[in-house]
Design a protein around this ligand. Structure first.
Ligand code: SF4
Ligand SMILES: [Zn+2]
Length: 457
């Protein structure tokens, strides 16, 4: 990913629409950078304000997922790695940490969360402070802080009256243009046109490999894009599988689009009785609720090509997905993946450029759209679901409560999302130990390796 220093916009290709060469932004895996939408922006604004007194944030912020227990996003703004946002599944709160590179853009607005270590630095001499643990007296609560020492500023982390200094320097305030979405689209338009042309050509070349061609529409952003590309390539047949566990927002969105065929999954409660809770490492629900209804439908209709929105950058499981592949669940279906190499940012830019309707759940705080109780959901998304649909969550919590009782899992562990795994990963086990949470009321901790995940929600 690149950034135009002239326009102050993110670029998906190395040169801006204004012809200025962009500079590269270093990203961490899985590199699926996406724009911050309304709910993300509200969270970022609130936490920057609560912690540091910062009131203004740039119109364009990008998020890049990085490894963590729950939601952990690196925030990119003004062409720098700006901050890090993490959600704590136990405290049900976010923490926002600024990077040293963000200071020139915010230092004039920072009014809180400052720890002064002038005296401590004077005592130790004016040496390099990066990485040092400095004892201090302050009213600031533990967490990320701005460190100040005699006119110099930096970032650090405060814990029990000791601040770990990450940097200390003299950030010079920088003013940058504050472009909006339209400007970002303009700067990226040549690349978006290319992406569109290639994808349409791909669909036209491959769609007739089988007698029928259709689009698998999920209600999500990726299938919104492939539905449009398919339409431009002359394919209008489209189906959607209603699992019976759809968000009302998704159901209304699908209805508003007039999707011609809606298949229905079988009774979830029946599956629940047979298979127990679906989990991240045992998503039987995908096969049961989504794949099987499609297989049954296709058995009555015969072979087809199906255009789907799967992308390499979505998950490690999808990295390397070929453009054309036989559906592993039903060989009569040949899957075409025209946007397999697109990133989430390209998907959103395309949706904005072509003014395609978008499922409202994205602006409401969901990174991915699936069933409302999906085990693959982040705890931060689960909290949004609780706000949007408290009655659904209270029903679901009765179900997982029964499961917890049967399996002797403590309430505190369940509250952190322990039910989401059959074999919880080591990072989850460590979190429980670190916070002193009893996992099982009877059994010892299951330390087995997690099962291989077959399907992504
Ligand atoms: S979206 Fe989640 S809950 Fe729904 S079928 Fe897929 S894995 Fe299961
Ligand atoms: Zn530019």
């Amino acid at each position: 990913m690149y950034w135009c220093p002239e326009c102050n916009v993110p670029l998906v290709a190395s040169t801006c629409g204004c012809k200025t060469p962009g500079y590269e932004i270093p990203l961490t895996k899985p590199y699926d950078v996406r724009p911050a939408l309304e709910h993300d922006r509200n969270v970022i604004k609130k936490y920057l304000n609560d912690r540091f007194g910062i009131e203004t944030i740039p119109k364009i912020l990008l998020l890049n997922k990085s490894g963590g227990i729950d939601r952990t996003d690196t925030i990119i703004a003004n062409g720098v790695i700006f901050s890090r946002l993490t959600f704590d599944p136990l405290l049900r709160e976010y923490t926002i940490e600024l990077t040293p590179d963000a200071l020139p853009f915010v230092i004039e607005e920072v009014s809180k969360g400052i720890v002064d270590i002038t005296d401590e630095v004077a005592e130790k001499g004016n040496r390099h402070m990066g990485g040092k643990n400095v004892p201090c007296t302050t009213d600031v609560t533990d967490g990320p802080v701005i460190v100040h020492a005699n006119g110099r500023y930096g970032t650090g982390w405060l814990r029990n009256n000791v601040v770990k200094v990450k940097s200390l320097g003299r950030p010079r305030p920088i003013e940058m243009p504050d472009p909006d979405r339209e400007q970002v689209i303009r700067c990226n338009k040549p690349h978006l046109k290319n992406l569109e042309r290639h994808a349409i050509r791909f669909i036209k070349t491959e769609k007739d490999l089988r007698p029928e061609c259709n689009v698998a529409f999920s209600g999500g952003k990726d299938s919104t894009v492939v539905r449009e590309l398919a339409r431009k390539a002359g394919v209008t047949d489209c189906y959607y599988v209603d699992t019976g566990l759809e968000f009302p927002e998704t159901a209304a969105f699908v209805e508003s689009l007039g999707i011609p065929l809606i298949l229905h999954g079988p009774d979830f409660q029946e599956g629940l009785r047979k298979n127990g809770l679906p989990t991240k490492d045992d998503r039987w629900c995908c096969e049961y609720l989504k794949l099987e209804p499609v297989r049954q439908w296709r058995e009555t209709r015969g072979e087809c090509t199906t255009i789907q929105g799967n992308r390499w950058y979505e998950s490690f499981a999808r990295a390397g997905l070929p453009g054309v592949a036989v559906n592993p669940y039903y060989s009569g279906q040949l899957n075409l993946s025209p946007i397999r190499s697109w990133r989430a940012l390209e998907v959103f830019l395309y949706i904005w450029w072509r003014e395609l309707p978008l499922n409202p759940l994205y602006e409401q705080g969901f990174e991915r759209v699936g069933c409302w109780m999906c085990p693959a959901m982040l705890e931060s998304e689960y909290e949004v679901t609780r706000e949007l649909h408290p009655e659904k969550i209270s029903e679901w919590e009765k179900i997982i409560g029964r499961y917890a009782k049967k399996e002797h899992i403590s309430d505190a562990a369940m509250k952190c999302g322990w039910w989401r795994w059959k074999s919880p990963p080591p990072k989850m086990v460590s979190l429980m130990k670190e916070r002193g949470i009893q996992i099982s009321t009877k059994r010892s901790v299951n330390t087995q390796k997690p099962m291989k995940i077959k399907n992504k929600r």
